[in-house]
Write a protein that binds this ligand. Structure first.
Ligand code: APR
Length: 241
């Protein structure tokens, strides 16, 4: 059965006004990513990191899903069970667009996580004040539910599962800097890369190659502008034998 694997990154939410990570010399909202998204940064200054995610969460309240989020949510609905969408994004714009099954590989900004039982609970867009306690076990040590550099990402187990079970791979708005999309593209006969920029491979064995050379289709457009072409390819693929 034809199934689609989607791996999305910060570029998917760029047209909703949420900045990407590496389009601005590695600064994310004027912070060094490693300062606010690494275990070292967390150990060095819990309050600074907590405040950073409080600011991001508050900012997210005013952000709306863009055209690409809506098309992907509709795709999930129309092909129920035949679309596996894995996102590196911690925003909830796919859910705001109506998606139900998106797998958040790097966590979710609108949740906190208990450091004792590791279960999560929603705070929507409210700041973490420091007096919260886990509704599941009562523990008082809770934190942002975002996977930081230096931590394991348990949801990554879904990546290989999706590679095994799907027939079309689509990478949308990701530089591949954290999850290398070249091996994923090479594992599929049919694939689409959606990105307005051509990214050079970071690999040494192929220093002068571009990531799009590993994909069957390269739609060099912003996510919102690429949806019609993407849907044409998906529809033909899903109808194929
Ligand atoms: N539409 C599609 N792609 C876009 C758009 C857009 N409107 N604007 C930018 N892009 C592309 C950029 O060209 C780039 O290739 O989106 C990609 C964004 O890359 P990154 O900023 O590296 O974001 P991402 O790949 O999601 O980063 C992966 O790194 O910092 C960690 O945990 C963080 O999940 C994040 C991970």
């Amino acid at each position: 059965m034809k199934k689609v694997m989607i791996l999305s990154g910060a570029g998917l939410s760029a047209e909703s006004g949420i900045r990407t990570f590496r389009d601005h010399d590695g600064l994310w909202e004027n912070h060094d990513v490693m300062e606010v998204c690494s275990t070292q940064g967390w150990i060095a200054d819990r309050q600074k990191v907590t405040q950073f995610y409080n600011d991001r969460r508050a900012d997210l309240a005013s952000k709306e899903p863009n055209h690409a989020h809506k098309v992907l949510a509709q795709l999930e609905h129309d092909y129920r069970g035949r679309v596996i969408h894995l996102t590196q994004n911690i925003d909830n714009l796919m859910e705001k667009a109506g998606a139900k099954d998106v797998i958040h590989l790097h966590g979710t900004l609108t949740d906190l996580r208990c450091e004792a039982c590791t279960q999560t609970f929603s705070v929507e867009y409210a700041p973490q004040e420091g007096d919260e306690c886990c509704p599941h076990c009562g523990n008082k040590r809770v934190r942002h539910n975002v996977v930081m550099f230096g931590e394991s990402a348990p949801q990554y187990s879904h990546i290989q599962e999706a590679v095994r079970g799907c027939t079309l791979f689509i990478a949308i708005g990701t530089s591949g800097a954290v999850i290398d999309i070249i091996p994923l593209a090479k594992a599929f006969k049919n694939s689409i890369l959606i990105d307005p920029k051509r990214q050079e491979t970071a690999s040494t064995f192929d220093p002068h190659a571009y990531i799009d050379e590993y994909f069957e289709n390269f739609i060099q457009k912003k996510a919102g502008e690429a949806m019609d072409e993407m849907m044409d390819i998906i529809t033909e693929h899903m109808q194929g034998r």
